[in-house]
Design a protein around this ligand. Structure first.
Ligand SMILES: [Zn+2]
Length: 226
């Protein structure tokens, strides 16, 4: 997933930029350049897989978004189980794409979804068997999140740093007193940033979201952890 987020997957577009291949056109449909978003979401073969999953409308509504925005939206909207399913499905779509490129054969969409589910269950089992007891959560765990009082909203922001491509992915989520997500905004900003600046950029993203929604309120937070 990190390679996908960093646009480091060997898509034909990336290989074309590195002069490894002469033609960046998608091998499966031949209609579009094979950007990472096309390989994972936009290609007809990928769309058929997502259509067979519970994320069909989520992906369809973001079909023109950058991958980083899709992943940040997933992180903001999905519970841990849903996030695990979606990430494993992305992996299975990429595996199916590789299978087609290397052998000319591809699975049926329902087989790709089933493969993702099997791999997710195997992953959960392996984590239970081999992992030590989880540490007591101290930061960003769901139990840490405190809902605002009734009638008020809370803005949370996050930043994910990419040392390879020198960029930071920033995201912001606004929830109500019941924890319901009301709005999400994400962006990718290129450049080398310190952690403090990265989190301030995420905060700026959140404030822009609040301004766009014409929200008013007090600004507070704990920056000591940065
Ligand atoms: Zn295609």
């Amino acid at each position: 997933m990190w390679r996908a987020f960093s646009n480091a997957l060997p898509t034909l577009d990336n290989l074309w930029h590195k002069k490894v291949v002469d033609d960046p056109s998608c091998t499966r449909c031949g209609k579009k350049w094979e950007f990472v978003e096309h390989a994972l979401f936009g290609c007809k073969a990928a769309r058929q897989v997502w259509a067979d999953s519970s994320f069909c409308s989520f992906i369809y509504n973001r079909r023109n978004h950058h991958l980083q925005d899709v992943l940040l939206s997933m992180a903001g909207l999905f519970n841990p189980d849903e996030l695990g399913q979606a990430c494993m499905l992305i992996w299975a779509v990429w595996e199916d794409r590789n299978s087609f490129v290397n052998t000319g054969k591809a699975k049926e969409p329902e087989s790709v979804v089933a493969r993702a589910n099997v791999m997710l269950e195997e992953f959960k089992d392996s984590v239970q068997v081999f992992s030590p007891p989880p540490p007591i959560p101290t930061f960003r765990s769901p139990s840490d999140w405190l809902a605002p009082p009734p009638g008020q909203l809370k803005l949370n922001t996050c930043a994910a740093f990419n040392r390879i491509s020198k960029g930071v992915g920033v995201g912001a989520t606004i929830r109500d007193s019941k924890g319901m997500v009301l709005a999400v905004r994400s962006n990718r900003i290129l450049g080398s940033f310190s952690k403090v600046i990265g989190h301030l950029l995420a905060l700026r993203e959140g404030l822009m979201l609040a301004i766009r929604l014409r929200l008013q309120g007090e600004l507070g937070g704990d920056f000591s952890k940065y």
